[in-house]
Design a protein around this ligand. Structure first.
Ligand SMILES: [Zn+2]
Length: 269
């Protein structure tokens, strides 16, 4: 499949009005497993435990990677609703923010259990780490793009391919525009692919903590000064050129089958 069944559900992840669906439909779910920071409802005790344990492990490892330290235990565990299907994995995490911190969060994931563990849980848990760091909404491109970096190699390769296709058909946005996108655009997969590719480029240049500092400072004080401070580039236009150069060389080399697409793009320039 080229799209995930619940991708579009992520459109509402920052809704101010959190609907507590989980508490309303317990009869549909078979088992619950509680850890320090998660309470997981799933069809079987084994699935609930596997998801809860993996979410705890991801929460610890992802926070250390991005923040340099673990998060403190949440005051109340994050509810996670698991829907097991035969399909690819997807997920949704909704946050409520108050006084510069996360006031409420709920998560749902669906798909095959192995794909939930490899892809959806690391992705959604990364959103919770970012929400704790920012204490408010993070720019869409960075929130989704950097969360994709937590997924397994298969999903990362898929999004490299999406970014290659996006550039070949000139569906990408200039970074100055992408950084200011507040609502998900109609080309959702392209938006994810470009956000992923730029996040990957910035992380490979300067590491994960610097990426978060860049995004935080870009939000507060503008993207041009943030590009200069954190990456030594004159402004976002120069960052845009650097990303495109890197993409043509690095991503195209990693995907030899896609070079024709890249050459077609170059010929059209
Ligand atoms: Zn996401």
């Amino acid at each position: 499949m080229t799209t995930r069944p619940v991708r579009t559900a992520r459109l509402s992840r920052r809704s101010r009005y959190i609907v507590l669906v989980v508490s309303c439909v317990p009869v549909l779910l078979g088992a619950s497993h509680r850890t320090t920071n998660f309470v997981v409802e799933a069809a079987t005790p084994g699935a609930a435990k596997a998801v809860a344990d993996h979410a705890e492990l991801c929460r610890k490892e992802i926070a250390v990677l991005w923040l340099g330290k673990e998060l403190a235990a949440w005051q109340s565990p994050c509810p996670v609703k698991v829907k097991l299907t035969q399909g690819e994995a997807g997920g949704l995490t909704s946050f409520g923010f108050a006084a510069g911190r996360v006031a409420d969060q709920t998560m749902s994931v669906e798909g095959r259990l192995d794909r939930i563990l490899a892809s959806a849980i690391p992705h959604e848990v990364t959103h919770t780490v970012f929400a704790a760091y920012f204490g408010g909404p993070m720019p869409r491109w960075a929130d989704e793009g950097a969360s994709l970096l937590s997924e397994d190699a298969r999903e990362r390769r898929r999004h490299d391919q999406i970014s290659l296709d996006l550039l070949a058909r000139r569906g990408d946005l200039p970074l100055a525009k992408l950084f200011r996108v507040e609502d998900y655009p109609s080309d959702l997969m392209g938006f994810y692919g470009q956000g992923y590719s730029i996040s990957r480029f910035l992380v490979e240049m300067g590491g994960r903590p610097r990426f978060l500092q860049f995004v935080r400072d870009g939000l507060r004080g503008g993207w041009d000064p943030a590009a200069k401070t954190h990456y030594g580039l004159a402004d976002v236009r120069e960052l845009d050129r650097a990303w495109r150069s890197w993409h043509k060389v690095v991503v195209a080399r990693e995907s030899p089958g896609d070079k024709l697409i890249v050459r077609a793009q170059s010929a059209g320039e």
